[in-house]
Ligand binder design. Structure first.
Ligand SMILES: CC(C)(COP(=O)(O)OP(=O)(O)OC[C@H]1O[C@@H](n2cnc3c(N)ncnc32)[C@H](O)[C@@H]1OP(=O)(O)O)[C@@H](O)C(=O)NCCC(=O)NCCS
Length: 134
């Protein structure tokens, strides 16, 4: 699993108990997973279809640095299934797991469209013709 995005838990991300608010975490995860699906499917018109049970494994606190990990587990005809984990970057302690997130690839008409992808593509291969970043 690749952990791409890091977040620094700040006061505005907390619940009234002083720990990381689940809603903040879910927002970050949904965006991270959507970006992952967009990159994998090569299409910006991708929507969240299904999210399985969410396990809030342990609490995170202000000042923690956490990282969001996503990987594809299945490529369907119009869908892609991902699995997700959030962990503390320093201690590696698990904070949240989502076993299954399904995104659907849409055509211009807004209906599910075949994406033609069957395996994980790595960014270095997808964008290898790009100019190198400075
Ligand atoms: C996404 C949407 C267009 C799919 O419509 P639909 O009628 O369910 O489409 P289909 O039945 O053709 O299913 C499309 C794919 O989703 C999968 N799917 C549908 N329901 C599912 C479910 N409950 N769990 C997992 N996968 C599901 C199907 O297996 C299919 O995948 P495949 O082609 O790889 O086999 C429609 O449900 C929708 O617009 N939902 C709202 C999306 C949204 O607003 N998300 C939040 C904002 S991003």
């Amino acid at each position: 699993m690749n952990f791409h995005t890091r977040k620094w838990v700040k006061p505005e991300d907390l619940n009234p108990n002083g720990t990381l608010f689940g809603g903040s975490l879910l927002r970050w995860i949904d965006e991270e997973a959507a970006i992952y699906a967009i990159v994998q499917l090569g299409n910006q018109r991708v929507v969240t279809k299904y999210i399985s049970e969410i396990n809030f494994v342990s609490a995170s606190r202000q000042g923690d640095i956490i990282e969001l990990g996503i990987t594809a587990t299945e490529f369907g005809r119009t869908s892609i299934t991902l699995t997700c984990e959030v962990r503390n970057k320093i201690t590696r302690k698990s904070i949240l797991t989502v076993e299954k997130m399904v995104f659907v690839n849409l055509g211009e008409d807004g209906l599910p469209a075949p994406h033609g992808r069957t395996e994980i593509k790595y960014v270095k291969d997808q964008f290898k013709d790009d100019e190198p970043h400075p």
